[in-house]
Design a protein around this ligand. Structure first.
Ligand code: UD1
Length: 364
């Protein structure tokens, strides 16, 4: 049973459900955390992910009741479907709820994207990761550093280094992403604009932080294309920042973009400004310089590899980093194909899940 619910999880799970299991079948469960067409179904369509077998339709609410409701509905489907194994992805509320429901039902649990830490337990994502890792029988890590972190924490689950399906999905999509026609509807050409996204609670739920980020956007030497996450739009309006940004002729605010459109906007941009973990990695894979609106990143390879600058949210720091990033020529970028190993991460994950399911059958 693969449990997903939020946009990044659809991207991570997409290549995994394409793989064959050894003696088992997939059962795909969608918690309903993300429910808009553009945040959910659009991704299933673009990534050819099968329609979920179970739709829990939990929808938007405060985190505690949302997680509680997810656990309750997951408990019911686990009772009904009796999975051999549950797998959860990433670090969202759907991840935590899936982990708790599987654990409480006594079903073996695998966490895909285990071992990542920001060190900041105030981030909901960090709490979700730490608790999920503690409960997991199999910890699928995207790289060796994550395995080291788990070892230092004394993790008891079996650690499997499978690589990162975010890279796998984005690598496969390159022929679509490099089509510049996909960015022309935004009124821009290749190399002529900066691509912006931000949605993390720490960035957008605090009026001061969000104001600083928008300040920086008024002073960027290129056009800005900014697809706005629903949480961010709500906050920009609430904090009185939306109108001035929307009226500024160098900034294009749009609806959340689909997956392929997002990759195309990353591929052809002069630089990325983001607080998203997925977009930091997609930009790194495509060789695109990135300015990250955080002081730390869980994806340290993107910084060590020279593509990503951690600028935080001070406007001066953002502007300086962006000026440096856009000075790099767009046309001699190299795609870092080596980030996806062989066998592919999705194949390794499917094999690990088959093995975990088999282990449980033997234990019985
Ligand atoms: C969640 C994850 C975050 C992940 C992000 C990707 C948690 C704690 N956070 O944050 O780690 O990076 O997903 O997007 O799980 N909304 C809509 N339509 C939708 C989905 C959400 O309008 O389809 C609105 C919600 O009503 C809510 C806001 O956006 O007001 C935030 O949604 P929520 O799922 O709580 O968290 P994200 O900010 O998306």
């Amino acid at each position: 049973m693969l449990i997903v619910g939020a946009r990044p999880q659809f991207i991570k799970a997409a290549p995994v459900v394409e793989q064959e299991l050894d003696g088992y079948e997939w059962l795909l469960v969608h918690t309903g955390q993300h429910y808009d067409y553009r945040m959910s179904r659009a991704f299933f369509e673009e990534l050819s992910i099968p329609t979920p077998d179970r739709q829990l339709e939990v929808g938007p609410m405060a985190p505690a009741p949302q997680i509680a409701k997810m656990i309750e509905r997951l408990w019911d489907v686990i009772q009904e479907d009796a999975p051999a194994v549950c797998a959860v992805f990433g670090d969202t509320n759907s991840t935590l709820a899936g982990a708790l429901a599987a654990d409480l039902a006594g079903v073996p649990l695998a966490h895909v994207e285990a071992g990542l830490r920001s060190g900041d337990m105030k981030m909901p994502e960090e709490r979700n990761r730490v608790i999920t890792d503690k409960l997991s029988d199999v910890l699928v890590v995207p790289h060796e550093r994550a395995a080291d972190i788990l070892a230092a924490e004394g993790a008891t689950g079996k650690v499997i280094d499978a690589g990162d399906t975010t890279y796998e999905t984005a690598l496969k999509a390159i022929p679509l992403a490099e089509d510049v026609e996909r960015v022309s509807p935004f009124g821009v050409n290749r190399g002529e604009y900066v691509f912006v996204t931000c949605h993390r609670q720490a960035t957008v739920d605090d009026a001061g932080e969000l104001r600083k980020v928008t300040e920086a956007l008024f002073d960027i030497p290129l056009k800005v294309v900014f697809p706005v996450h629903p949480r961010t739009e709500k906050r920009l309006r609430e904090f009185g920042l939306w109108d001035r940004l929307a009226e500024y002729n160098k900034v294009t605010l749009t609806e959340p973009a689909g997956y392929i459109t997002t990759l195309a906007l990353i591929y052809s941009t002069a630089a990325v400004i983001t607080d998203s973990g997925g977009i930091q990695r997609e930009a790194y894979l495509y060789g695109v310089p990135t300015v990250t609106l955080r002081d730390v990143t869980e994806w340290t390879e993107t910084v060590d590899g020279g593509g990503n600058t951690l600028a935080g949210t001070e406007p001066e720091a953002i502007k300086t980093a962006v000026r440096k990033a856009i000075a790099r020529p767009v046309d001699n970028r190299l795609v870092r194909r080596e980030l996806v190993g062989d066998p592919k991460p999705s194949k390794r994950i499917a094999d690990a899940l088959s093995e975990l399911a088999g282990r449980r059958t033997c234990d019985k």
